[in-house]
Design a protein around this ligand. Sequence first.
Ligand code: NAD
Length: 421
Amino acid sequence: MTSDRNNPFRIAQQQFDMAADILDLPESIRAVLRVPQRELTVNFPVKLDDGNTRMFTGYRVQHNLGRGPVKGGIRYHPDVDIDEVRALAMWMTWKCALVNIPYGGAKGGVIVDPKQLSLSELERLTRRFATEISILLGPEKDIPAPDMGTNAQMMAWIMDTISMHRGYTVPAVITGKPINIGGSLGRVEATGRGVMLMVRDIARRLGRGHDGLRVVVQGFGNVGSTAAYLLEEIGCKVIGISDATGGYYRPSGLDITAMRTFTDRHSFRLLEGYSDPGVERISGEELLELDCDVLIPAAVENQITELNADRIKASIIVEGANGPTTPDADQILTERGVTIVPDILANAGGVIVSYFEWVQGLQEFFWDESDVNGKLERIIIGALDDVWKMSRSRGLPLRTAAYLLAVQRVADANQTRGVYP
Ligand code: NAD
């Protein structure tokens, strides 16, 4: 449970209000963009392996359809609630607009701890949830993707479920699918690759260079582990990593390949039990406050708050997760001169390559990996360039600049379309 102060939707609206005030958006468009366009809550039964049936609750929220079909991941986590999904959907709208891909924002979630279910229970839950929200889904309407707690196999079940309903295969209804059923090369790594590109480019813009940068990563799932691996590859020193089981610290640099091999072999891809000479176990809280150059929160919301912002030592924060920094913490860090690459830019690599996967699926024409990575780099670095220039020219933090660009694009699209009827 989050306090009202840290309620993600309240935070998302606060961030939007800040941008709307600076842009002097008319009240009529402000009112439209401040709330989600559509929300669906579903309560549904799933048969468990022991023969019993259990009820689950899930959500699909479409924040704004002004710029195209909506896009956003599906999260499986015990703490999912409607306000979290609303916030994540709104952030998706700004993210898609910021990197200028033709989507609105959406998000889905189920209140479930996937670690408590067997694979066949997860399959039944996923197929039933997909069926419950199928009235919203379609390549031209709403295209989900993975998020925390979901993966490529679950995307395959959703694609298969929707295809069974339709009577023909619909690859473009979902992204983040396995390659053998129409997934895109480079999609699994895309968000982490985008994070790595942001670290490299922001360090260059700040006159630092990336070689030898000391990096700390919170979260060792899809985003965190890929970012850590790619940063190590370009010469950074990843000195701290945490996951839900705690933190791991080695000042001389962790062995990311060994840690990835460990999580590949262990249940739920957790680091619990990992040990290596010189690696110190620390708490998740201590990890965030380690002496380092770059901090990458890549787990859940509200990790950097007014309670720990003063103790964060990194001078660069690249937000792999959605909503890891509260507005209070944002202000404290900005006043301290910390450069924050905001989530709607830093983790946009995933939705950019999801867009490529959707385009490839619709055209049934597939690209090679260097094509995917090259186009990803061009788009995300181009977006950083736009944000950087606005930030410099108007003396604004990167987050504010990113919001101004994104919100203006969404407002323009909605205003150009007008109010129906
Ligand atoms: P994941 O489920 O693959 O991994 C999540 C990781 O965070 C796991 O290692 C888990 O153990 C860890 N974790 C959970 N709670 C933690 C805590 N309190 N402290 C430290 N670690 C904790 O999820 P993911 O796909 O890597 O997503 C991570 C974040 O990135 C989420 O905020 C998600 O919305 C965001 N994101 C993901 C994508 C994507 O393509 N997967 C794209 C954009 C943004």
